[in-house]
Design a protein around this ligand. Structure first.
Ligand SMILES: Cc1cc2nc3c(=O)[nH]c(=O)nc-3n(C[C@H](O)[C@H](O)[C@H](O)COP(=O)(O)OP(=O)(O)OC[C@H]3O[C@@H](n4cnc5c(N)ncnc54)[C@H](O)[C@@H]3O)c2cc1C
Length: 369
């Protein structure tokens, strides 16, 4: 018997979409070629930031607020420790428009925040260095999601609730025994749909480093260090979660990358570059040992907006992707949106349509903010 809907791809977007369709009463088949939040998937990392700040892009602030509630419920109900409430700090140079716009959206949307000057920052985070003209927006309600664990917890729950999960490689909509199909295949989408998405989603190589913290120190853990985003320098990081080390990464899009075949070894150049940055921002860790490293990929659209739309050539096929280095946190809201597209006939907003995404063939070095 065919399923009502199949969801291909069990990352953050696909797993939450499967949940929403199941909650709406559909029979749902969820498939993934390599397994939920596998090491190649964009959702397969240790941790992801959930922040409300999005400059002037208010829709994403609202989705962060909504999604935070759903992640928290999942964390509480499964007792899985998948959400760490450590806040997020936006480090800004003077007059940084992104930080100023973030504050004005926060005021309108009722998001709690503090604006901190360099003196206050030094007092609160003595292990960081701040220039005199720097300041920051602090979001107390932001935090870190234990990404792989969160998706795997959600998929286990889906299976318990009656969603059918299969490890399977799907190469076309015709292969799936369901009335409707959602493809939530992250960086693989351009390969699956080369005509429509080949130049609209480009996967880029991103290197993530974890540095060992000093013995006996807890200041780098979530009680002393928030998630942080250094806007001008395009670096970001998370505290030492579960004692895996202080995470730092560059948020600029790297070179094109093949999610199936790429070797995931971090280059010595990336390590040197990050050490140079740490020497200025967190000097105590500049020569700390690298204790773990990962290579992941962003699945970028030209505008960094997601693609949540019906496939132009098939009435019963939808696409959810283009997370562009910031999508993980929004899985719950993406899932609700996809349910409305697939079941309620909602027409996608312009921002999320395939045909409003410019085609591009060369990676620009923009950040995911
Ligand atoms: C280094 C890094 C840092 C990031 N930081 C953040 C952050 O701090 N906060 C945040 O919110 N977001 C962040 N992101 C972005 C976020 O991780 C992604 O946007 C999000 O995880 C994308 O989820 P997805 O479900 O679309 O794709 P994926 O997680 O890649 O899932 C797609 C799934 O589809 C499966 N699949 C693919 N093709 C097929 C096929 N043909 N048949 C069957 N299965 C298939 C794959 O195996 C995979 O499991 C970051 C990303 C990276 C790489």
């Amino acid at each position: 018997m065919p399923y009502d809907v199949a969801v291909v791809g069990a990352g953050s977007f696909g797993a939450w979409t499967a949940l929403r369709l199941h909650e709406a009463g559909c029979t749902v088949l969820l498939v993934d070629a390599y397994g939920p939040a596998n090491s190649r998937a964009s959702s397969g990392g240790e941790s992801r930031i959930i922040r409300m700040g999005y400059g002037g892009r208010e829709v994403y602030t609202r989705w962060s607020i909504e999604s935070m509630g759903h992640w928290r419920t999942l964390a509480d109900e499964t007792d899985s420790g998948l959400l760490v409430n450590c806040g997020a700090l936006w480090i800004a140079a003077s007059d940084e428009p992104h930080a100023l716009e973030t504050m004005s959206v926060f005021t309108e949307a009722g998001v709690a925040y503090e604006a901190l000057d360099a003196r206050q920052l030094r007092r609160r985070y003595p292990h960081f260095r701040f220039d005199d003209e720097e300041w920051a927006v602090y979001e107390p309600d932001a935090g870190g999601l234990l990404a792989r664990r969160a998706v795997q917890t959600l998929v286990r729950r889906l299976i318990e609730q009656g969603v059918r999960y299969e490890q399977r490689h799907v190469q076309s909509p015709a292969e799936v025994e369901s009335r409707k199909v959602v493809f939530a295949c992250g960086p693989w989408l351009p390969r699956l749909f080369p005509v429509e998405l080949g130049k609209r989603i480009l996967p880029s190589r991103q290197e993530v480093l974890f540095f060992g913290v000093p013995p006996g120190s807890s200041v780098y853990g979530p009680s002393g260090t928030p998630c942080w985003i250094d806007i001008a320098n395009t670096y970001y990081g998370l505290p030492d979660l579960e004692n895996r080390g202080f995470k730092v990464a560059l948020d600029k899009r790297g070179p094109l990358m093949d999610p199936d075949t790429a070797e995931r070894t971090v280059g010595a150049e990336a390590v040197q570059r990050v050490r140079g940055y740490l020497a200025r921002r967190v000097p105590e860790l500049a020569n700390a040992p690298l204790v773990e490293a990962r290579v992941c990929q962003y699945e970028n659209t030209a505008t960094s907006d997601y693609i949540l739309d019906r496939h132009p050539a098939f009435d019963n096929v939808w696409i959810a992707g283009g997370g562009s280095g910031h999508g993980f946190k929004h899985g719950p809201s993406v899932g609700s949106y996809m349910k409305e597209l697939v079941l309620d006939g909602r027409v996608p907003d312009e921002r999320f349509r395939i045909d409003t995404k410019p085609e591009f063939t060369e990676m620009t070095s923009q950040s995911s903010l």
